[in-house]
Design a protein. Structure first.
Length: 267
């Protein structure tokens, strides 16, 4: 049966400057850069151009530098699960020569914390791991990096890498609905999850071999769906939640409904 459900000129100049710098960096060997670093600078110039085209989607990007000592934008996942370690890597050249240490800045809800590597030779890719302990996205969540040489001189910050942090949906509450109903009567059931970082969908299992998928709901928002049973009997209704990242909760406790041809049902 069918179910019902909730179901400017300055900008152009900067962008051009980025591209010009990008073209110069493509000939990495001509300026003493490794192929990996030159490639990273090319990618960074593209990110800068995207920033000027749509700054909301590439937040907190620094003004491009004419010097080739900005670390490459950190490479790593764009999404991740709350409280799980994620790995990000970068690489940089040091025009002054000598070893450098990288300083990673992790931003969570707009609050920065840092962690550093040991001193290493430039032009070698390094990585660091971090876990975010709250959910969110945009300029408030992400990572950028700079390096400091042995004299204490610091590079510019790399471009900012935003990260979206999500959680696995919690098990939905036991569905709420009637205890009994007539055959083919339209019955409404509802449920919600205790908490979730992102919007979630629900699947209602009606206990008769059919299921219904809802649209997206906000955290703690009540989801509802309707169903009819065409045969008498006892049916166990349950629900499960999942988010846009494909992460699913466990099944809820069941809600049993008695479907009869008469108006009354036992118990």
């Amino acid at each position: 049966m069918a179910n019902d459900g909730h179901a400017n000129s300055e900008t152009a100049d900067l962008a051009k400057s980025s591209c010009d710098s990008c073209k110069a960096s493509e000939n990495g060997n001509a300026v003493g850069l490794s192929e990996d670093v030159a490639t990273s600078l090319t990618e960074d110039a593209a990110i800068m151009a995207q920033y000027h085209a749509d700054p909301m989607n590439v937040p907190d990007v620094a003004v491009p530098s004419s010097q080739p000592n900005r670390p490459a934008t950190p490479q790593g996942p764009s999404t991740g699960e709350i409280n799980k370690l994620l790995t990000y890597s970068t690489i940089a050249s040091n025009p002054g020569g000598g070893k450098i240490r990288y300083v990673f800045e992790w931003r969570e809800n707009g609050v920065p914390t840092t962690s550093s590597t040991d001193f290493v030779l430039p032009d070698n890719r390094v990585s660091k791991r971090n876990a975010w302990h709250s959910c969110g996205q945009g300029s408030g969540f992400g990572v950028r990096v700079k390096f400091v040489d042995e004299s204490g001189a610091s590079s510019e910050w790399s471009y900012f890498r935003p990260v979206q942090i999500y959680s696995i949906p919690q098990t939905p509450n036991r569905p709420q609905g009637p205890d009994c109903a007539r055959i083919n009567a339209l019955c409404t059931f509802s449920t919600s999850t205790p908490d979730s970082c992102s919007k979630i969908k629900f699947i209602f299992d009606w206990g008769d071999g059919s299921r219904y998928h809802t649209g997206y709901y906000n955290s703690r928002e009540t989801a509802s769906a309707t169903h009819r049973w065409s045969r008498p009997g006892y049916y166990d209704v349950r629900a499960i939640a999942f988010n846009a990242h494909g992460k699913m909760s466990g099944w809820s406790a069941i809600k049993r409904i008695c479907v009869r041809s008469k108006s009354e049902c036992p118990g």
